[in-house]
Design a binder for this molecule. Structure first.
Ligand SMILES: [Zn+2]
Length: 436
């Protein structure tokens, strides 16, 4: 009996502590302080491969250190570094069954200084036929990390212009080549020769760990991306400052990054997480999600019980204050668990009201969801009308810091039963995703 009484008292005082602490730990003053640093002009829009991104990384690292997080897998610091390969095509000659193909009908993604493909080399010939869904096929081949010659039906030629805007960049150190050729439907004999200028540059995620008490091998991820668009030419029609050229990305996604830091503070103070929590801020979301892709290969996705990806939570949602939405709500039971945990509170989480925008697939959660992880993005952004989205006017003055603080608290409260191991969301059916 005594033991039970004691544990009841301990349990209850823990609850009280939790209730008292949350308002104290997650407060508007601290949230504003962090948000201000991350979205300041001196971060120069936090674009990948610029001094601004390094500055932002250093700041997040210093916050993780102050909080007292551990590094991931015994790493020497919080930086999860990887090399990005960038390629600039210098020359390209394509010959298929004796016929020279016009350069205008070829798009190559090659990460080899000397590209040389023939029917005798280690290359697969695949096709995108007339009537196929171009987008999914394109991404399958583009992301395959294999050497491919892709024969694309001539009806898709209007896609070429868009494909030329895709950065010739990869986090795959292997250096493969995927060459899309528009027109020919067969290639029995072929020769593709090219030269590329290859440069390698380091990028890094920032990952901090709070080890779980009883389930250290089960992970819960809180993430946001700390990169943004950088500095551009002054955008037209920016009313409050026509000379501004810095994409501050206060909402996108300094807000999510701020939330990750605040949640780290909170859970470290509580110090009772049964599962291991990975606080992760991703790099290079805006240029292709490379940070999340690298992160997903550094762990076993089966060990990730849930991923809370936080994107643009600084403005009021379409339902007003104290509310947010969850993308891909129906793809796992995570949303229901979060809703259940918020019952009786002033907060409400809704399913994503903009399904036609495919938001589930447009942020870093998608990379882990494709591996079966219940990985969802929580956001408040009004994607049909958000006035400052991807504009230089996405600045801290446009955010509601009090409401954002409430959202962060709602995330902390709603995640409690997942963090303490009582609830485990169902897995995402990744085979259904890849069919999309
Ligand atoms: Zn974003």
């Amino acid at each position: 009996m005594k033991k039970i009484v004691l544990s009841a008292v301990v349990l209850c005082s823990a609850c009280m502590l939790q209730a008292q602490n949350i308002n104290k730990i997650i407060n508007t003053k601290d949230v504003t302080k962090i948000e201000k640093v991350l979205s300041a002009d001196d971060m120069q829009g936090r674009r990948a491969f610029t001094p601004g991104i390094d500055k932002a990384s250093s700041y997040i690292e210093s916050e993780f250190k102050k909080i007292g997080l551990q590094t991931f897998n015994g790493a020497k610091d919080f930086k999860q570094e990887f090399s990005m390969t960038e390629s600039k095509n210098v020359s390209l000659k394509v010959l298929i069954d004796g016929k020279a193909i016009d350069k205008a009908d070829v798009v190559s993604f090659s990460y080899q200084p000397q590209l040389a493909m023939t029917e005798k080399s280690d290359v697969q010939v695949v096709k995108i036929n007339a009537g196929d869904k171009f987008g999914p096929k394109f991404y399958e081949y583009y992301q395959s990390e294999k050497n491919l010659l892709v024969l694309v039906d001539a009806s898709f030629k209007p896609r070429i212009a868009n494909m030329r805007h895709i950065p010739q960049m990869t986090a795959n150190p292997g250096g493969n080549s995927v060459v899309f050729v528009f027109g020919p439907t067969d290639a029995t004999q072929f020769s593709i020769e090219g030269t590329n200028t290859i440069t390698k540059n380091a990028l890094n995620n920032v990952v901090g760990v709070l080890k779980g008490k009883s389930k250290p091998n089960e992970y819960v991820v809180f993430s946001g991306h700390y990169d943004h668009l950088g500095v551009g030419s002054p955008a037209e029609g920016v009313e409050h400052d026509a000379t501004d050229s810095i994409y501050n990305g206060a909402n996108d996604d300094a807000a999510g990054t701020t939330a990750v830091i605040m949640l780290a503070k909170y859970f470290k103070k509580l110090n009772n997480n049964e599962r291991t929590i990975l606080f992760t801020t991703f790099v290079a979301e805006e240029i292709g999600g490379y940070g999340a892709q690298y992160f997903s290969k550094q762990l076993n996705p089966d060990q990730v019980m849930a991923m809370f990806n936080l994107e643009m939570i600084g403005t009021e949602s379409k339902w007003g204050k104290n509310s947010a939405y969850i993308t891909g709500f129906e793809k796992s039971s995570m949303g229901e668990i979060l809703q259940k945990n918020l019952q009786g509170s002033a907060f409400k989480f809704y399913p994503d009201p903009y399904p036609e925008q495919q938001l589930f697939y447009r942020s870093d959660n998608a990379t882990l969801a494709k591996l079966g992880v219940p990985a969802h993005t929580i956001s408040t952004s009004k994607m049909d009308s958000e006035p400052n989205y991807h504009k230089v006017s996405d600045e801290i003055e446009t955010l509601d810091m009090v409401n954002m603080t409430q959202i962060i608290k709602a995330i902390a409260i709603s995640s409690a039963t997942i963090v303490n191991g009582k609830d485990t969301p169902s897995r995402v059916d990744s085979s259904a995703l890849s069919r999309k």
